[in-house]
Design a protein around this ligand. Structure first.
Ligand code: FA5
Length: 388
């Protein structure tokens, strides 16, 4: 932009430092502080000499500025409000009018050079720092095979998927359902009207809006009947919530898997067949089962299906509360009122339903003594289970 100055500062800045340092020491005593303008040994130095001297001094000091902090100090010393270059610019007002333009150009060129050199220095320091970090960083061989530290499925997920495969192979669809449901879905639609004593069996978490956390997977029965109509075969696994007193076999958050089959002429024999098939495939060995009457308002007749406790072999332990049996899968023939609520004619269709305690099944399958271990988040314990 400006005509190149004769023998001026920016040109000096590009010349070898040593020569300028020596040259400057012949003319000046060095300034006491960083960026302070050089003083003349004899008498007053003229403006051009000052600019040249300042350029040499800057170059010298820049060479020694090896950190971003040092560069920043230098910037303040030269370009700050009280910096040397700024002072030179301010001094222009005392210069005679004919010299002002040329000297102004030279000072501005010095200023520009100082700015550029400072930015280059900052960039060089940043690159050097980056390089140091790259060299110091741990080196990885990306061609090595991946380690075996991959995660594993939660045992409940593993067993749930196994059950889904078993039931899908028998023509059941797999349904997903909400965890927050209405009072109607959870209770009234399954023949548990308000104030029915059966509500006391499931200590429920109610929400402020009147909805509740699903206490059992039966809460989806009505919606699934309405979705498909008869004939239907469906399973619907899900997480359930109850305000339980916790012990080795009771959690406040646990999984169930509900199943329903509705068609013409479905009987208890069908129910027993599907329960036996499911259990023999999950456990892959003989286990003792007992079926006893059980009351649930949504089935008639209703049964409790228990299996012999596989933790103690039926001897009695804390998991089975000393009884030798685990309540696993209550079931029964769907009550006519429930079919009606689902839009199905009980004169024409019958069906069975079961509510498998999925978390308890996992405990029995893998020999987990305490149900709380399954919700503990203890990776050491949980990662032992692998998908077969
Ligand atoms: C029910 O929840 C019924 N809805 C099941 C049902 C469905 C019956 C369809 C008939 C027809 P119950 O409250 O017994 O029933 O729970 C079923 C199973 O869930 C129990 O046998 C048990 O294995 C499991 N279970 C219940 N409460 C808990 C709990 N707090 N912690 C862990 N598992 C539980």
């Amino acid at each position: 932009m400006f005509p190149p100055p004769r023998s001026f500062a920016p040109a000096l800045l590009d010349a070898p430092l040593v020569r300028h340092a020596r040259a400057s020491s012949e003319k000046f005593t060095q300034s006491s502080g960083r960026g302070a303008p050089p003083r003349c040994r004899k008498g007053r130095m003229d403006m051009k000499e000052k600019i040249e001297a300042l350029a040499r001094q800057f170059q010298q000091e820049l060479e020694g500025a090896g950190t971003s902090d040092a560069v920043e100090k230098l910037r303040v010393a030269y370009l700050g409000r009280k910096g040397s270059v700024t002072q030179l610019l301010k001094g222009l007002k005392e210069v005679e009018a004919q010299q002002k333009k040329e000297l102004g150009q030279h000072i501005n060129m010095l200023k520009k050079t100082v700015e550029d050199k400072l930015s280059q220095q900052v960039e060089a320091i940043r690159r050097a720092e980056e390089q140091r970090m790259v060299e110091a960083a741990e080196q990885y061989d990306v061609t090595l095979p991946v380690g075996s530290g991959a995660g594993s499925y939660h045992p409940i997920t593993i067993v749930q998927r196994q059950l889904e495969e078993i039931f899908a192979s028998m023509g059941f669809t797999i349904e997903d359902y909400k965890e927050i449901v209405t009072d109607y879905e959870c209770f009234e639609a399954v023949n548990i009207p308000k104030d029915h004593p059966a509500r006391d069996m499931q200590d429920t978490y109610y929400l402020e809006n009147g909805q509740l956390l699903k206490t059992h997977t039966s809460a989806a029965q009505n919606a699934i009947m309405r979705k498909y109509g008869p004939p239907l075969r469906a399973i619907f696994p899900g997480r359930c919530f109850r305000n339980e007193a916790l012990d080795a076999s009771h959690e406040n958050t646990f999984f169930q898997m509900e199943g329903m089959m509705i068609d013409k002429d479905i009987s208890i024999s069908n129910l027993i067949y599907f329960m036996k098939t499911m259990l023999s495939q999950v456990f892959e060995r003989d286990i003792s089962v007992r079926l006893r009457p059980g009351f649930f308002p949504f089935v008639e007749p209703g049964f409790e299906l228990d299996i012999s406790c596989l933790i103690c072999g039926g001897e009695g332990c804390s998991t089975c509360k000393g009884s030798g049996w685990i309540e696993l899968c209550p079931c029964g023939m769907i009550h006519p009122n429930v079919l009606k609520a689902g839009g199905i004619d009980p004169e024409e269709y019958t069906g069975f339903a079961f509510g498998l305690g999925l978390t308890r099944l996992v405990m029995m399958k893998y020999g987990v003594k305490d149900i709380r271990d399954l919700n503990s988040g203890n990776l050491k314990a949980l990662s032992q289970f692998t998908h077969e």
